[in-house]
Design a protein around this ligand. Structure first.
Ligand code: C5P
Length: 236
């Protein structure tokens, strides 16, 4: 199923506690057929060397650390991630316009090698009650749209969003890259995900990239599952 580099919409979540397990999975995958996501646990345990190891193996890496701090600190963290050579990274939109603009401006020096900078709006683990507790009196949907607009004004490249939000966000911000977790191929175990969409549904709703973990990483033949998902979304 060899694709030309960079054409896959599938980002495999490498949710492992150590480098050995993460690299063992990476070595079963083809860097021409997917990208990889490194999150807080793996990065905190293994540090930048895990990202370097994956890039050395020709993978494009989404560094999912969701930066949220004062503008100067976030801008410098983004530059550090770009220096590592990551393909995509993210910040919390709730850090505000000054923080997001500082990050986007700091990355502009990387020119064509600039990683994609995307924003998390409202965490999908949060509901309206959680927002109320934070003093936010709008619905989750409205807060997502508000933070998405802020990310757009700040010069970001896209958003992490649920597949349920993708359609509205795609219509409103068609130039954005939408990155969507909570994906389950038909018949796959839900694990702890609740509101899921199939890969085809998510792409049809406007998602550009699908973050998929356990349906691929827990499979006996990860490349086979990846190929099946690829075939499914190619039909859209
Ligand atoms: O194994 P699974 O496909 O559920 O993994 C999904 C990945 O996407 C995990 O790394 C998880 O942390 C991440 N994620 C998510 N839901 C969000 C944001 C991120 O599942 N709203």
């Amino acid at each position: 199923m060899k694709l030309k580099a960079n054409t896959s919409r599938i980002i495999v979540a490498l949710d492992y506690a150590d480098q050995t397990a993460a690299l063992d999975m990476a070595d079963q995958l083809d860097p021409g057929c997917c990208r990889l996501k490194v999150g807080k646990e793996l990065f905190t345990r293994e540090g930048p060397r895990i990202v370097e190891q994956l890039i050395k193996r020709d993978f494009e890496v989404f560094l999912d650390l969701k930066y949220h701090d004062i503008p100067n600190t976030v801008a410098k963290a983004c530059v550090a991630a770009a220096d590592l050579g990551v393909w995509m990274l993210n910040v919390h939109a709730s850090g505000g316009k000054k923080m997001m603009s500082a990050a986007a401006n700091a990355l502009s020096v990387f020119g064509n090698n600039k990683p994609l900078l995307i924003a998390v709006t409202v965490l999908t683990s949060m509901d309206e009650q959680d927002l109320t507790e934070l003093g936010i009196k709008t619905s989750v949907h409205d807060q997502v749209l508000k933070l998405a607009a802020l990310a757009n004004e700040s010069g970001l490249d896209g958003l992490v969003c649920s597949a349920q939000e993708a359609l509205a966000l795609h219509q409103r911000f068609p130039h954005f890259s939408l990155v969507t977790p909570g994906i389950r191929p038909k018949g796959a175990a839900l694990n702890d995900q609740q509101r899921i969409m199939t890969p085809a549904q998510a792409i049809a709703a406007g998602s550009n990239y699908l973050v998929i973990g356990r349906p691929i990483t827990a499979a006996k033949e990860p490349m086979q599952v990846l190929a099946e998902i690829q075939r499914e979304i190619e039909k859209i």
